[in-house]
Design a protein. Sequence first.
Length: 458
Amino acid sequence: MNLRTKIVALAVAPLLIALVLVALAVRHQEHDLAQRERALIERSYMDQRRSELRSYVDLAVSNLLPLYESGQDDEATRNEALRRLAALNYGDDGYFFVYDLEGNSLMHSRQPELVGKNLWELRDSRGRYTIQELIKGAKENGGGYIEYEWRKPSSAQMAPKLGYVTALPRWNWMVGTGLYLDDIQSTMDTLDRQMNANVTATLLWIAGIAALCLGVVSAAGLLLNLSEHRTAEAKLRLLARRVVQSQEEERGHLARELHDGTSQTLVSAKLLIESAVESLDRQQHTTTPPALAKALQRLNDSLIEVRRISHRLRPALLDTLGLPAALERLVDEFREEGGVDASMMVGGESFELQPEVKTALFRLTQEALTNVRKHAHAQHVHIALNFDDEEGVRLEVSDDGTGFDIQAVQLDPRRGIGLRNMRERMEAIGGRLTMNSNAGRTSIEAEVPARSAKAQAA
């Protein structure tokens, strides 16, 4: 993992941890708030229902008071009281019921089939004695609230119910009514769904914010990476350019040393040997000793080799007469070495090139001709140099050899060093290198735009 990746990771990791902790805290707080709100609503609802039930029962009892306090306990009075209670219905599921304190049903407007039956042993689904609990609640403190299960008239299904009952001791009655609680459960379920939806929406918002933050951090990291990559690439290109310039300066220095120093020393030694040979010939009137003649021949060969090396290190024509003359001299030398025919063509009106551009194109041609001689098995090689004021300078080296697999050579680290050097040289001067190779034709094209190729006016 490189430094930039580590920096991005260190920036992203705390952000993710913070967002996860915020999400967990929000979820916990919203869940806790939902529970409290649910309990508050349920308590408020139940208080409202209790108050409502007590009001209903008080209203019913007040309707019976004239009969109850009349002192008449005959059956007609009680039947009139039952009739009045049966008429006090409210809604589809709101009604009053009357039992005696022994559990006998005296009046039930929604279930008349229960009238006259003793329901003392009646139990609900949870095993609770329903009528017994109602009677017990009616006897305590003049009335009480009881939760039980009873069949709901509108749906004919068992449902939880909250009842309020009170006793009329002189008549031995229990009077009460109740409200079904399944609607509050439905309301609570709806509230729970809304709470869960709110929590989910909040978490989605947090996730969206996290994704946005990650996107911003990633984009910033990418931009930083690209910026640093461009800067590093520019610095690397400048460094490569300086390295090439340093190499060429060293080559030029060595070429001058060979030409001005070693070559002159060899020339002086040659002249001295030739003078000695002529002196021996005049004095002794004999032929030159074979060893001395051989030494003179070796000296001549060394002088030629030194001059050739000096020229290949840095041809003087490149600095004096320019790139076309230096390339023509290179082609002549290549042709003189034999084995492969060579030709050159210069097109367009030439202009002065930047020193590094001249050097790069010259070295590219040198490397290309070396590859042709070593690997191409070609019969002919052609060099085309074209100048254009608008487009710049273009150099093409082509041959009729066997060709090669460009991609395989570039991927093999042990091969293609010369090709990579060509490409790096062109990139260092802002140029472009194109290679095409097939059986019977291989071409290397180098293009340098005018803004990079032309020498600056003095």
